[in-house]
Structure formats: structure tokens, C-alpha cells
Design a protein around this ligand. Structure first.
Ligand SMILES: [Mg+2]
Length: 378
């Protein structure tokens, strides 16, 4: 089997343009991957385009080998375009054998994945609003929620905004009771000292974790914060673009929750990171802030690992048309996501429906501007 063409599609989700990669083969099978770039849609489209020359003519049934070829062609760099192509290869491999991808990863540990909801606070940065929305999700069956209460803070946070952030966390905790897990997202916002102050202030609300409190690329700073704010756990990893960063992080023995991002690392490498984490007695909660195709992809990974912690999901905060574009994606029910059992990822891309939602030049999340929580394009 040979790859004959590589196509890309942009779908204009209001807060992030989604990029899909479709591989075609001489045997008629197609595979679906994703190369969504957040703030870099057009660079990622160019990335995939330029990789074509390394990919066309290759057998897609050897995804890791093809990834290694692209990696070497880029002077040993990772890229989202490489991941998008590699992911589509896994889809083809599964389809060619008639098995779900989790089967190719060694089988599954579970049929259901515990989920935390994200993207649910699309409104005012107000404790009452956050509390009401959180309670609504818990009523729907969610047992864990993630939110970023810190507004547009970058490096520092002023006293008024810090107090408001803590008030939001307290209001959510009071609304959902002691048994629901709260994941506090910090989006790389703070300096080490600000992060430590915040981490200590939120301890009484017993968060499941404080996520990326300092710049993700600074492993040493992350470790300093994690040591200082224990027992509040720190979770990190979504922006790690190299497997070795997880080795450096986990060697510290103070961080034990990692969040690899499949679009940053590729599928084979994400599975390897799960192994690196397992060797360090650490837990995995893969990052997922892309389209629901990545929800399905992460479900295959999470099903196949022994050190799974929890699954990130935006299902209840997406546009209704999403499910017409991506057909067959698993959907959350009572706080759990069923593991897909169809061949490949089990997701079909509907080009006709996708064409109704073109690229939007304002479809970007501005995390360091006040009001970003609304996730509205502006
Ligand atoms: Mg995050």
C-alpha cells in the first residue's frame, strides 16, 4: 500500500480553527489525522504541504517509521504537521486490519474513561456564573471539572484579580461539594513566586491539580513550584515538544501527573511517554483541546495504558454542527466516555458539512486578554 495524496481541510470552530489531514492510498483506503495549530493555522497548513514530498509513495502501515523519516528530514524536530500525517497513518493501519487503534496498542484496560469537562465557563468572570455552570455539569453526571479563573494574567496577577480568582474557586467548590475533582488551569501564566503564592492559596479547596503554573518550557521552574505547593499536585506536559522533557520532569520525583499532547508528539511517541510515566510511577491525563477527533484519538491511547488518570473533554461546550462534521466520535454520558470499537479511530469526516464552516481569521483564543473565557471570535 502506498500513500498517493495528502489533503488538508480547515474547519472554522469559533475559538480555534481545526485542521484535518486526510491521507489517500492506492488501495482506496483513507486515513484521518489532525494538525490544529491554535494560533498558527496557516503555518501548520504549510507544514503539512511541505511534508508531502517525504510522504507520498510511503506505506502508511508503518506510522512510527514514517514519523522517524519526517523527524530526520526536519533535522530532528517535531511538528504538528508530522503528527497529523502520522495520526492518519494509524487510522489507515487500523482500517486495513479491521481493528480499533487501541487493539494495535496492546489491547484495552477499560471500556469507559472518566472525563473532566473543560470549556464550560463561556461567560462572565464571575463567581456566581462559574458556580451555576459547574453545578449544571455535575447534575449531568460529571465528576471532575477544569477551569482557568485567572483572567488575562501574565507573569504577575494584581491583588484584585487574584482575590477574584480565589473567590471563583471557592464558589465552584461550594457549588459542587467535596467529592467533585477540580482541576485549576493556569495556562503558563505566572512567575515562580506568583505561582507558589497562588498554589498555597488554593490548597484549602483541594484541587486535583494546578496545571502549568509557570511557562511550560521551564522544567526546573515547574519542579520548584511543585515542591513548594505540595500537597497540591502540579500537572504539565501539553506543550512538551520532545519526549526527553518528560524524562527530565519525572526524574524530579515531585511531579507525577503528565499531560502529553498527541498533536505535539505524534501517536507513537505519546504512547512512549505513557511508558516513561509508568516507569516513574506517574499518571497520564493526555491533553485535549482540539477537535473531537482528538477526543477519539486520546480515547484509544487512554484505553490502552495502565496509568490512565482522567480524560479531557469539551463535548458539552462545542457547536451543534460539530457532530455532523465528525461522525462517529464517542460522546460523554454520565461523566464517562465510551472507548470506540470501530476500525481505526472510528471517526468519519464529512467534507460537505465541513465546507459550511470555513477558516475564520478571528477564530483564535487570546488567553492573555481579559474576557477570553467567552471563547467567542471577535
Ligand atoms: Mg492546559
Amino acid at each position: 500500500m502506498k500513500i498517493t495524496d495528502v489533503k488538508t481541510f480547515v474547519v472554522g470552530n469559533p475559538w480555534k480553527n481545526w485542521i484535518f489531514v486526510q491521507l489517500h492510498t492506492d488501495e482506496g483506503l483513507t486515513g484521518l489525522g489532525e494538525a490544529t495549530g491554535g494560533l498558527s493555522s496557516k503555518p501548520n497548513l504549510g507544514d503539512v504541504e511541505e511534508l508531502k514530498t517525504h510522504v507520498i509513495g510511503e506505506d502508511p502501515r508503518h506510522p512510527d517509521r514514517l514519523w522517524q523519516k519526517m523527524y530526520k528530514s526536519r533535522f530532528a524536530n517535531y511538528s504538528t504537521g508530522m503528527s497529523g500525517i502520522e495520526l492518519a497513518c494509524w487510522d489507515i493501519l487500523g482500517k486495513s486490519l479491521g481493528v480499533p487503534v487501541w487493539q494495535l496498542l496492546g489491547g484495552k484496560h477499560r471500556d469507559q474513561l472518566r472525563v473532566y469537562a473543560n470549556g464550560w465557563y463561556q461567560g462572565p468572570r464571575d463567581p456566581v456564573f462559574f458556580a451555576e455552570e459547574a453545578a449544571r455539569l455535575v447534575e449531568r453526571g460529571y465528576t471532575a471539572l477544569k477551569f482557568d479563573p485567572f483572567g488575562g494574567a501574565h507573569r504577575a496577577i494584581d491583588r484584585r484579580s487574584e482575590k477574584l480568582s480565589i473567590d471563583i474557586i471557592r464558589a465552584v467548590r461550594e457549588a459542587v461539594g467535596p467529592e467533585v475533582d477540580l482541576c485549576i488551569e493556569a495556562h503558563d501564566r505566572f512567575t515562580v513566586t506568583h505561582a507558589i503564592r497562588i498554589g498555597k492559596a488554593i490548597a484549602e479547596y483541594t484541587p486535583m491539580w494546578l496545571e502549568t503554573p509557570v511557562h511550560s518550557s521551564d522544567v526546573a521552574a515547574t519542579i520548584e513550584v511543585a515542591k513548594a505547593i505540595a500537597p497540591v499536585p502540579v500537572a504539565v506536559g501539553e506543550r512538551y515538544k520532545r519526549m526527553g522533557m518528560f524524562v527530565d520532569l519525572l526524574a524530579s520525583k515531585v511531579v507525577d501527573i503528565v499531560q502529553p499532547e498527541v498533536l505535539g508528539l505524534g501517536m507513537a511517541n505519546t504512547k512512549k511517554v505513557c511508558g516513561i510515566a509508568e516507569a516513574a510511577e506517574a499518571l497520564v491525563a493526555c491533553h485535549q483541546a482540539q477537535s473531537p477527533l482528538c477526543t477519539a484519538i486520546n480515547a484509544h491511547i487512554h484505553a490502552s495504558i495502565g496509568n490512565f488518570l482522567i480524560h479531557e473533554n469539551f463535548d458539552d461546550s462545542l457547536e451543534p454542527w460539530t457532530w455532523d462534521v465528525l461522525q462517529g466520535t464517542p460522546r460523554v454520558k454520565d461523566g464517562y466516555l465510551p472507548v470506540p470499537n470501530e476500525p481505526g479511530w472510528g471517526v468519519a469526516f464529512n467534507e460537505k458539512e465541513a465546507a459550511k464552516h470555513p477558516y475564520g481569521e478571528k477564530n483564535f483564543l487570546r488567553l492573555f486578554e481579559e474576557g477570553w473565557e467567552t471563547r467567542k471570535s471577535k
